[in-house]
Design a protein. Structure first.
Length: 207
């Protein structure tokens, strides 16, 4: 959400408002590989979910899950993983053949992304991604469940699953521990052009 809205919510919501939960990039290309190099100001390293979900990207080709690009980890002990790099990592997904594919890249659920480089073959064709069947988005507002807490990867948040099944756009307004239905977020949501509104804030409700 815009910072003007977030700062009139709670300190926690303001901290989370730039997390990239629900952000996607869609395009078509005949490149035989997709390489990613994100810059992430601070990796969300939590004991309740894997880094592939909190800080990683997953890639779909023609609507099917292909692979995850996530930070490398080193285990200090059997209970907690730590990120080897502080704010950047890179990875590549290769396809068995070269043909035009519809690519969707899902962004991390619990991190900010300040920059993302996408690498393709030098002579690759690139086109706009297909438009969603349902152009008006579903808007989800809620707590950590809505943001995507504990999902194994971004494409496994429940909103992402629904979006793929119905080929619909969506907006994820999940604020972990901070969905309190403040006036600022209520007014912001009321002005969004949406097809459906999913309201799931009761876990964090003040009353």
């Amino acid at each position: 959400v815009p910072e003007e809205v977030a700062k009139n919510m709670s300190d926690g919501a303001h901290f989370l408002h730039t997390n990239t939960a629900g952000i996607r990039v869609r395009f078509k290309t005949d490149s035989q590989y997709i390489a990613l190099k994100p810059t992430i100001p601070s990796a969300a390293n939590m004991v309740i979910m894997p880094l592939a979900g909190s800080t990683g990207f997953d890639i779909y080709a023609d609507g099917k899950f292909t692979n995850i690009i996530a930070p490398p980890v080193v285990y200090k002990d059997k209970y907690r993983a730590t990120v080897e790099t502080s704010n950047t990592y890179e990875g590549i997904v290769e396809f068995p053949d070269r043909k035009m594919r519809e690519i969707q890249i899902n962004f991390p659920l619990y991190s900010d992304v300040s920059d993302l480089s996408i690498g393709l073959q030098e002579d690759a064709k690139i086109e706009s991604g297909a438009k969603y069947t349902h152009k008006k988005p579903i808007v989800f507002y809620g707590s950590s469940i809505t943001q995507g807490a504990a999902a194994s990867r971004p494409g496994n948040s429940y909103e992402a699953i629904i979006s793929r099944r119905f080929d619909t756009d969506y907006i994820n307004l999940g604020f972990s521990g901070n969905a309190r239905a403040e006036d600022a977020i209520a007014e912001y949501i009321s002005n969004l052009n949406m097809s459906i509104f999913v309201y799931d804030y009761d876990h964090n409700a003040p009353t």
